[in-house]
Design a protein around this ligand. Structure first.
Ligand SMILES: *Cc1c(COP(=O)(O)O)cnc(C)c1O
Length: 494
């Protein structure tokens, strides 16, 4: 299995190399030169547990790893301590719809599915093809990614991680999650600025030759944990295969019959993993892409026109507040049959004008595989309440966007294919918005909100969030955007 870049097919890199490198030097994203087929594996995996499916599926892509190395990575990432209720439990709501819950990990959001795995993959890759230097992960976060990366990299040998969050720009619970972070190799900094300031600051460090050299001299190499790393995408393919097998197991489909997936989407990583699973031969029906009011993808998948020149809305599903969906580049590459020249042209236009258009056969293929829709905050809140009243099931704001879009899809198409809604966060992670959606008054204190939601819903507060209550703040440093490099240098003694 070899990998190339979406903007340059000339590369023949190994999985370990692309996981360690993150992004290709000309700005493209790494992608397998050929998507492996599941073949008989699907039948063989009937009834298998999550870790078995993970070993089999990831093994197809990690051909430069031994079976024992893949097994070690899987065991380290999806252990019972991190996922006490299983990695991806599924519950049925009525006849057609099943909820695939991907938030039973340490930070209560689906980012754990990938960020529990990426650090072990990186560390194994570093052993294989690295130069013996320690990896220093720098993360700018608007909330979910930072915490999930901290939990993933915590105490992983050969790695250090520093996370920057906008001091005033994350939720109370997210701030608490990060300020109380444990681990010997972690650093957390508040930044006096917004998320863009954090991101710009991190990019400035990555591209500062003097800083890079100073860290290299100290035996350390910068890397990134953001969602364009192949090592974050690959683990996400696993749960689509697992979910399909669960549907078969629960008698909702016969082996070989299609299942639709509805995915609450921001950076297009999660839904792209579903597409990859389909390309491997998983019987995938429609992929339904759900957006909030930032509906740049809805427009693209319906018309072929991607246009980021539009207002940015802050919504109650903040992890989907995004106008540049990076992983879409991989889809365009794959749908065009690996046309790296086309990808270069389209992404050149996007960088220059903020927009591009696809048409003809490519648009037809896009429409054949994907459906898309969006939801306003009011519609999202109404859906949370309606789902709770009808099924007694509590969903978070992001998942509610998906349910709303699925309802519209069924109304418009009459499609009755069994469907899995991908649930991306615990309702307690966005407890204030969920409580308000249920028509309840929201208390001021963070933990009173959790208790109130538990009282109304009867669903217990997840242990990792409840445990924050007794924890002392450990990281209280706040720096100006211009001082981010100095802060990392001081913390790591470089
Ligand atoms: C990150 C995130 C998403 C969006 O996922 P992408 O892979 O970026 O499309 C959706 N919901 C939640 C809760 C998230 O944290």
């Amino acid at each position: 299995m070899e990998y190339c870049s979406t903007r340059d097919r000339a590369y023949h890199k190994s999985a370990a190399e692309v996981i360690l490198q993150g992004i290709s030097s000309e700005g493209g994203l790494f992608i397998p030169r050929q998507i492996p087929a599941l073949g008989d594996l699907l039948e063989q995996l009937r009834g298998a547990d999550y870790r078995t499916v993970a070993r089999a599926v990831m093994g197809l892509y990690l051909t430069d790893f031994t079976a024992a190395e893949v097994a070690d990575c899987v065991a380290a990432a999806y252990d019972d301590l991190s996922f006490p209720e299983g990695a991806a439990p599924m519950s049925a709501l009525g006849e057609e719809m099943s909820m695939l819950e991907l938030w039973h990990g340490p930070t209560c959001a689906f980012k754990d599915m990938a960020l529990q795995m990426l650090p072990v993959l990186m560390s194994a890759s570093n052993k294989k093809v690295g130069d013996g230097k320690e990896i220093v992960i720098l993360v700018a976060t608007s909330g979910d990614t930072g915490k999930a990366a901290l939990e993933g990299f915590k105490d992983v040998p050969g790695t250090q991680i520093a996370v920057f969050y906008p001091e005033e720009g994350v939720s109370h619970m997210q701030k608490r999650q990060m300020m109380t972070q444990e681990g010997q190799n972690v650093q957390v900094f508040g930044v006096k600025g917004n998320f863009d300031d954090c991101q710009t600051g991190v990019k400035a460090i990555f591209t500062d030759p003097a800083a890079t050299q100073a860290f290299l001299d100290a035996g350390k190499r910068f890397s990134s944990a953001n969602s364009i790393n192949w090592g974050r995408l690959l683990p996400q393919v696993v749960y689509y295969v697992y979910a399909y097998l669960q549907q078969v197991e629960q008698g909702r489909v016969q082996m070989g019959q299609p299942v639709n997936f509805v995915v609450p989407t921001g950076n297009f990583g999660n839904i792209l993993a579903a597409y990859l699973a389909g390309e491997m031969g998983l019987p995938v029906g429609k992929l339904i892409c759900a957006s909030n009011q930032n509906c740049v993808l809805t427009e693209f998948l319906q018309t072929g026109r991607y246009d980021r020149n539009r207002p940015f809305y802050t919504t109650i599903s903040p992890s989907m507040d995004i106008l540049i969906s990076s992983n879409l580049e991989r889809l365009i590459y794959l749908l065009s049959g690996g046309d790296d020249a086309l990808v270069r042209r389209l992404y050149g236009q996007l960088a220059k004008d903020g927009t591009f258009t696809v048409d003809g056969a490519l648009l037809e293929r896009l429409r054949a595989q994907f459906a898309a829709g969006c939801a306003t905050d009011d519609e999202t809140a109404d859906t949370i309440r309606a789902v709770f009243e009808r099924y007694g099931y509590l969903c978070d704001t992001h998942t509610a966007v998906a349910v709303k879009v699925y309802r519209d899809y069924c109304r418009d198409t009459g499609d009755t294919t069994p469907t899995v809604v991908v649930s991306t966060a615990s309702p307690y992670k966005f407890a204030g918005s969920v409580l308000a959606a249920l028509g309840e008054r929201c208390p001021d204190d963070d933990f009173a909100v959790l208790d109130a939601l538990q009282a109304v819903s009867g669903v217990p507060v997840p242990a990792p969030l409840a445990a924050l209550q007794g924890k002392k703040d450990r990281f209280t440093t706040v720096c100006a955007p211009a001082d981010m490099l100095a802060a990392v240098r001081a913390a790591l003694g470089v």
